[in-house]
Design a protein around this ligand. Sequence first.
Ligand code: NAG
Ligand code: NAG
Ligand code: NAG
Ligand code: NAG
Ligand code: NAG
Ligand code: NAG
Ligand code: NAG
Length: 398
Amino acid sequence: MLFKLLTVFFALCVAKSALFEDLDEPEGVEESVLLEQVDEPKSFSIISTSQRPSEFQYLENRVERLEFHLEIRAALSAINDSLKYLERTKHEIINEVDTKLKSFDENLRDFLREIKQEIVNETQQSLADTELKMKTQLETTKMEIVAKTKKLEGSDEIETIKKQLISLNDKIATYMEKQKDEYVPADCTEVQERVNVSGIYRIRPKSETFSVWCDMTTRGGGWVYVINRFDGSQNFFLNWTDYKQGFGNLSGEHWLGLEHLHQLTSNKPTELLFELVDWDSKKVHALYSNFKVASESDYYKITSIGNYTGTVGDSFNYHLNQGFSTVDHGNPPNKNDCPNFRSGAWWYDDCYHVHLTGSYIKNPTASSNFKSAIKWQSFHDFNYSLKEARMMIRQRKN
Ligand SMILES: *[C@@H]1O[C@H](CO)[C@@H](O)[C@H](O)[C@H]1NC(C)=O
Ligand SMILES: *[C@@H]1O[C@H](CO)[C@@H](O)[C@H](O)[C@H]1NC(C)=O
Ligand SMILES: *[C@@H]1O[C@H](CO)[C@@H](O)[C@H](O)[C@H]1NC(C)=O
Ligand SMILES: *[C@@H]1O[C@H](CO)[C@@H](O)[C@H](O)[C@H]1NC(C)=O
Ligand SMILES: *[C@@H]1O[C@H](CO)[C@@H](O)[C@H](O)[C@H]1NC(C)=O
Ligand SMILES: *[C@@H]1O[C@H](CO)[C@@H](O)[C@H](O)[C@H]1NC(C)=O
Ligand SMILES: *[C@@H]1O[C@H](CO)[C@@H](O)[C@H](O)[C@H]1NC(C)=O
């Protein structure tokens, strides 16, 4: 029995070193440079938001992920070898497991390829998704192996595999724990310093991490979208929970969420930009210099908007000091029943001069349902529904 265990152990060592060699060599410069850089391990520490990581730290972070996945791969290969050893006696069962491992192995290869792409791209979103996908795959494979090997209870080889699986599991848990402390940009301005391309990004203005649409082209870029309307694909007549948390399709029509809006505007001085387009494709804007939204206990009241500049007129000023109302909750509670009457949700007073959550109406001058529409009073007055409307915020530069 001791001899058997030694054989397994030896096989593991060989497999592991072979694996690293294999990765070091034929795939070329990119990978070996990366692996060299981690020869001198640097501790992985929480990076405060005030201290931005250099490009190098950022890369290091990626390298750490790569290393981790190599470790998983080595461990899986070791399990694979142990299984091969068992093959002699438990031929049928093991064959089945090995097929699973092989397909998992292919997934891993794809994953490593994606990781390399990500290192080049330095975006975060799809990396996080891939990790999640991979973790799920690993769980599934693991469960399958455990199920198959239950039938072989009691043999030493199985015990070895079990231990390997447990240690693999621990590694994954530790890794996932570490990733929580990973650097995440606070807002789209910080994203822009690394990736100046519009898209969906994870940000963390305070403790919570969430995904937003970053606009990197409008007026210098770095904007987080609060609301985006342009095709009527999303229903905006929704309740308090929906408006608090945010809803919709981040690359299409959506609402950021009042809680996120509060977190983003209470951290740093924030600019607010409205961009409006009518059905003759005339585009206008309104820029406010100091936008602030209170917390839920104050109904996400607008406590400041700062100074107006723009080409459309200062209609939004009407909503300063108003709390937010939805059909089921709000401040003032159901004053004039605005949410119901207007089929929307907004910082209503009696009821609005600006209304971007109304129904999307494709015939702009049909008077039938203008009580609920997308409006800006100083742009086509109230008898018109706009074609496009966007509201976005960014950290003020000084
Ligand atoms: C598992 O073993 C098979 C051969 O039995 C091999 O083709 C495959 O690459 C191995 N997988 C790992 C992860 O080492
Ligand atoms: C970077 O990401 C974009 C969008 O996800 C993708 O189209 C592009 O191929 C990527 N580039 C590289 C070099 O990975
Ligand atoms: C990002 O790109 C836009 C043009 O698409 C440009 O106006 C802006 O200055 C760039 N910002 C940074 C920080 O590179
Ligand atoms: C709000 O609407 C969502 C669906 O959009 C629903 O799941 C939820 O129960 C509603 N909450 C309340 C308080 O009505
Ligand atoms: C999200 O919106 C974009 C742009 O309108 C669209 O291409 C995409 O299909 C939408 N995705 C979903 C899941 O609805
Ligand atoms: C608004 O404009 C006034 C006068 O130009 C200026 O004193 C003030 O600082 C500005 N406020 C903000 C928040 O930009
Ligand atoms: C807008 O509609 C109201 C009634 O809905 C009407 O009284 C008013 O004259 C209309 N204004 C314009 C400019 O068409």
